[in-house]
Design a protein around this ligand. Structure first.
Ligand SMILES: C[S@@+](CC[C@H](N)C(=O)[O-])C[C@H]1O[C@@H](n2cnc3c(N)ncnc32)[C@H](O)[C@@H]1O
Length: 272
């Protein structure tokens, strides 16, 4: 059983490095995730992990603790309506706006294992053949190294492809390899996977036209959320769109971002 001092120690560390706020009442979550990590590391229990973290911390151990505390839940075309909004309204508008430069930049911020950015890639391939001779990039970032390498490999289990992915798209864009389904080169081409912490500097991220930052701000407190949203808006092009998760409130979004709704989908457009 985790004691209050251990909870405080791990919660502070996780908050400082990832922004994830583990408030009182989340002891069970911390305990079950860290017990699992202790087992993987060959340690007896959470108490042994606490002692190692307190007196023999290494960058790798810190990373493993943060990874253990991230929730990587995701699936293809999550919520469906934001992807309908992208297909019917947002991408067509951005194509008109960017016609002269023939470039379109997406960013899936906190992309987990890649289902979200691959869903975008499928929409582009299915519905916007004219973009074939544009510069299209889908930058996909996440704090979790494990999630990013899985996304980069584009290798999904049967259970994962059963979640949200229509069979027609599975057959068209994935190849079966043993027990796995692997995305084809066409889907992979615009992808730029990269490990990145939203709490740190956004290195190499700029001029974004469409940003999806979904189901990650829920883990942060008000001030962290506000800081991250301000930084995201700074790297967006004028007229660009931001999509958040369905349950997420845009607390701290600068006034340059205007609310827009397309059917059931609410998103935010930058002035300009
Ligand atoms: C619940 S998943 C959401 C994935 C995807 N956006 C979706 O909606 O399906 C949340 C992701 O946020 C990532 N995350 C948590 N804290 C982060 C941070 N500080 N910087 C970047 N990613 C973070 C986690 O690793 C996890 O993969």
């Amino acid at each position: 059983m985790i004691n209050p001092e251990q909870f405080r120690f791990f919660a502070e560390m996780v908050k400082e490095h990832s922004g994830i706020a583990l408030v009182k009442g989340k002891e069970y979550l911390l305990e079950s995730r860290l017990n699992e990590l202790a087992k993987i590391l060959g340690l007896k229990d959470i108490d042994a992990l606490y002692k190692k973290a307190k007196f023999q911390m290494t960058p790798r151990l810190k990373e493993q603790i943060i990874e253990a505390m991230t929730t990587n839940e995701t699936y293809f075309f999550r919520d469906q309506h934001p992807f309908d909004a992208l297909r019917k309204h947002i991408i067509p508008e951005m194509i008109e706006r960017n016609a002269a430069k023939k470039s379109l930049k997406f960013w899936s911020a906190a992309c987990s294992t890649g289902q979200e950015p691959y869903s975008i890639s499928m929409i582009i391939n299915e519905h916007f053949p004219a973009l074939a001779n544009w510069q299209v990039s889908i930058t996909a970032t996440d704090i979790s190294k494990q999630a990013i390498s899985k996304g980069m490999a584009g290798r999904f289990t049967q259970v994962e492809v059963n979640r949200g992915l229509p069979i027609t798209l599975l057959i068209k864009y994935f190849k079966q390899q043993g027990a796995f389904w692997v995305v084809n080169e066409k889907l992979k081409r615009p992808m730029r996977f990269k490990q990145m912490n939203l709490m740190g500097p956004f290195i190499g991220i700029n001029g974004m036209d469409i940003v999806l930052c979904r189901y990650v701000l829920i883990y942060f407190d008000h001030d962290t959320k506000k800081q991250i949203l301000e930084k995201i808006v700074k790297v967006m092009n004028p007229g660009g769109y931001l999509l958040l998760g369905a349950t997420e409130t845009p607390v701290g979004l600068p006034p340059s971002m205007k609310r827009k709704s397309f059917g059931r989908s609410v998103c935010w457009q930058k002035d300009g």
